[in-house]
Ligand binder design. Structure first.
Ligand SMILES: Cc1ncc(COP(=O)(O)OP(=O)(O)O)c(N)n1
Ligand SMILES: Cc1ncsc1CCOP(=O)(O)O
Length: 507
């Protein structure tokens, strides 16, 4: 069996196992990671009270780091409860070493100060708070305080009722010399508004992850679970925004499946890999707006999906439609093409002639003006385009996505289909992200199944085509598998047949 990603969790033992390292172990296991632990303290607690906390010695703390490091380095580290100043300082030294010798290790810092059980819940010496930022922030990728921890750490308030003064907070956090690069995830789970928004603040970006507030009782270990899920997804190689979107979906599933154990609040459930679309957060800008217009786009006709050629000329479009494909795209990348409107007009006519769903890439104003069937837009285009206008004009809208975050962002638009790319390395386009591979594609197809038609794209040749079709996607887009084939007509017919075979369709 393949070695699972390794996550080191640095924190305290919780005798009730509702939170702390025990919750971290269950989370990592649930997400196919191997969690190794660096124990900072032993606590005697149950669902109601923290009875006592006993820190380990710095010698013991150092020995755990060294012993693990002598064997195999981690893929990600989650640091949580550090009960004493001596352990904060020791941890800072280890993180600095890790940063220097293993720069690819992701580091998440969840600044736990108290347990959320009902009383007697302090876990950390009160003198420690101020030292945390100075010692740990330089080495971490993301810090995940709740509102109370945020105030304790920074003296700033995150009071939703006043309207989050996010830009002012951002300026203070990223002021010269205060905090060089770590992102802040300011968790909004602790007030009582109808929706809960976690805000991710970078030096120049503010992104909200919004969910409906769940009225559930068994919420112990929420912070531990979120931060360990985040570290686990990063250990699997997901980018931070994708990992955070997944961690949010995971925590929503975990809150829905919590269990009552003991007299106080019980622990969260462990819902497995996030594959339920209803658990995805809504992605909002600093104003609290999502990309959606509030009205769904008409979806493509699933009977007319399958092979989806993406071509750069009217001649190619005619050729693919003549072979019987029922969805295709005209992708002209030169905005100054003097014949652009002519070409779009011809593409629209060809679509009508062959009763096919022809999408126009990028050029939405012309597509709207000329009455196209649909437009295909990338994520950056979505910010600029007038989506309400496209919708009012009756066009369909296909969108590109490259991972969980963009899927969550794009689903608020309720598009006609969601494209998932790039699956394999491609020579056709310079991609800023890594190829996603078949496993992730299969997950996205499951996540979106019965909600949005899906299209896979990127590096899909004749050999890979059946494997892609078998993941459950509704359509497979290709460029060079057709345009660089010695016999394009035969290649198209073979790809169409391969799609039908993969789906068990007989024609
Ligand atoms: C079906 C399909 N999926 C993805 C893309 C890529 O679109 P976009 O992100 O807008 O990039 P460009 O095509 O503009 O380079 C696509 N065209 N079609
Ligand atoms: C336009 C585009 N968007 C993501 S990958 C890609 C190119 C796909 O081309 P090919 O099928 O030749 O890899």
């Amino acid at each position: 069996m393949k070695k699972p990603p390794i996550v080191w969790c640095v924190g305290g033992s919780d005798s009730s196992a509702h939170a702390g390292l025990q919750a971290d172990l269950r989370t990592g296991q649930d997400l196919s990671c191997h969690v190794q632990t660096i124990v900072t303290c032993v606590t005697a607690q149950n669902s109601k009270v923290v009875q006592s906390v006993e820190a380990v010695s710095v010698t013991m703390f150092d020995a755990q780091w060294q012993t693990l490091l002598d064997d195999v380095p981690p893929d990600a580290i989650k640091v949580s409860l550090l009960p004493s100043l001596a352990l904060v300082e020791a941890c800072s030294v280890w993180l600095q070493r890790i940063r220097k010798n293993h720069p690819r290790v992701s580091i998440v810092f969840d600044p736990v100060m108290a347990a959320s059980s009902e009383s007697g819940n302090r876990l950390q010496q009160s003198s420690v708070g101020a030292a945390l930022l100075a010692n740990l922030l330089p080495w971490v990728d993301v810090i995940t305080p709740n509102a109370m921890e945020f105030t304790a750490l920074t003296g700033l308030s995150l009071d939703d009722s006043l309207g989050p003064p996010l830009k002012a907070i951002q300026q203070t956090l990223f002021a010269e010399g205060v905090c060089p690069h770590a992102l802040w995830l300011l968790k909004g789970g602790h007030d009582d508004s109808e929706q809960a928004t976690d805000w991710l603040l970078g030096r120049t970006s503010i992104t909200g992850f919004r969910t409906q507030r769940l009225t559930v009782h068994n919420t112990r270990g929420t912070g531990c679970t979120l931060s360990t899920a985040l570290a686990s997804f990063m250990a699997h190689g997901y980018e931070l925004l994708d990992a955070l979107t997944m961690a949010k979906a995971y925590i929503t599933g975990a809150l829905k499946t919590g269990v009552k154990i003991g007299e106080g609040a019980g622990p969260l459930g462990r819902p497995g890999w996030p594959l339920q679309i209803e658990n995805l957060p809504e992605i909002v800008s600093s104003d609290g707006d999502s990309l959606g217009t509030g009205v769904a786009f008409e979806q493509v006709d699933e009977q007319k999906l399958g092979l989806y050629p993406v071509v750069d000329s009217v001649e190619w479009l005619a050729l693919v439609l003549e072979q019987g494909v029922q969805i295709a795209q005209l992708r002209i990348k030169d905005p100054d093409d003097p014949e652009l409107e002519d070409k779009i007009t011809q593409a629209i006519c060809l679509g009508e002639q062959f009763d096919a769903q022809v999408f126009i890439n990028d050029h939405w104003p012309q597509a709207v003006a000329l009455g196209a069937y649909g437009v295909h837009l990338g994520q950056e285009d979505l910010e600029e385009a007038d989506l309400a206008l496209i919708q009012k004009a009756g066009l369909l809208l296909g969108i590109s996505t490259h991972g969980y975050y963009e899927i969550a962002r794009g689903q608020s638009i309720c598009p006609s289909y969601i494209a998932l790319g790039h699956i394999f390395p491609t020579q056709t386009k310079q991609m800023p992200s890594q190829p996603q591979g078949l496993k992730r594609l299969e997950h996205y197809a499951t996540l979106l199944h019965e909600h949005f038609p899906t299209v896979a794209i990127g590096g899909i040749n004749a050999e890979r085509f059946p494997l892609v079709a078998q993941t459950g996607v509704n359509s497979v887009a290709v460029v060079t598998a057709i345009t660089q084939s010695a016999e394009p007509e035969a290649a198209i017919r073979e790809l169409m047949a391969a799609f039908d075979r993969a789906k068990g369709v007989e024609r």
